[in-house]
Unconditional design. Structure first.
Length: 260
């Protein structure tokens, strides 16, 4: 069973898109609430948004299955990444809207969660590790870029409108200070988009777990407000809005590639 696709590039850059998948196995889908079957909490179209990065030589890792099957950006022991704040878990039971994911009595038990980790989570992370190691061996460094997006307003998770660009480096722990400063400089040099660095979205499990700047592995998360490239009501991709957003993302990725 193929759970993800890897495009292997030639640059020291790996783009991971762990919430891009939409597929749900029929046996699981039958247990979901009607609203959850539409997988509304998908990071819609991020693989399309980042497709240009292949021309920069980036590798790209894209899952096929929805975060409702298993969240690839959560730790396998399901410890909360944001203690004291609302969040969703390894096999989410609650949507970002606050509505349930499963029909009454249909949530997965511990054995099923363990099985999903084996069948979906572990293969993605095994490929992630192998590609990081390949890139590092070839280039002497690797930058892992976590591409995410979310609706602009999600009261369940945050109080106000999300800034357009949300850069996360786990408070500076997941990448070199010089690289973080370069990326902040790119954001400060433009006036079209609001941004925050290490705010509500400091970085998920992948950024926190794989970022080892002292070993030549930098990890950075970018959480985008979806209104910048799509219609949030219909989920339709907006080419005009996306083109402008891609331009700024490209400047950030070029800064990553130019960094020593």
């Amino acid at each position: 069973m193929k759970t993800h696709d890897l495009h292997r590039g030639s640059a020291p850059l790996l783009i991971s898109l762990p919430h891009d998948g939409e597929a749900i196995p029929p046996a699981i889908a039958a247990r979901l609430t009607p609203s959850a079957r539409h997988v509304p909490d998908t990071d819609w179209h991020v693989s399309r948004l980042y497709a240009f990065a292949r021309d920069l030589g980036a590798s790209m890792l894209v899952p096929k299955y929805s975060r409702y099957v298993v969240d690839l950006n959560r730790p396998p022991d399901d410890v909360s990444l944001y203690p004291g704040q609302n969040t969703t878990g390894l096999c989410p039971l609650v949507q970002f809207s606050g509505e349930p994911v499963y029909l009454d009595g249909q949530a997965p038990d511990d054995d099923e969660i363990d099985e999903r980790v084996r069948h979906y989570w572990q293969p993605y992370h095994a490929t992630l590790v192998a590609e990081i190691e390949r890139i590092h061996a070839e280039h002497g460094r690797c930058v892992l870029w976590e591409g995410h997006s979310i609706r602009s307003f999600v009261p369940f998770l945050f109080d106000a409108r999300l800034p357009d660009f949300n850069l996360g480096t786990v408070g500076g722990a997941s990448c070199r200070p010089s690289l973080r400063a370069q990326l902040v400089g790119v954001l400060e040099a433009q006036a079209d988009y609001s941004f925050v660095v290490d705010g509500r979205f400091m970085g998920g499990y992948i950024t926190r777990h794989y970022g080892r700047p002292e070993q030549g592995i930098d990890a950075i998360q970018l959480e985008l407000a979806q209104a910048n490239y799509m219609d949030e009501a219909s989920y339709a991709y907006d080419n005009e809005r996306a083109a402008s957003t891609q331009s700024l993302i490209q400047r950030l990725l070029e800064a990553v590639l130019d960094a020593e």
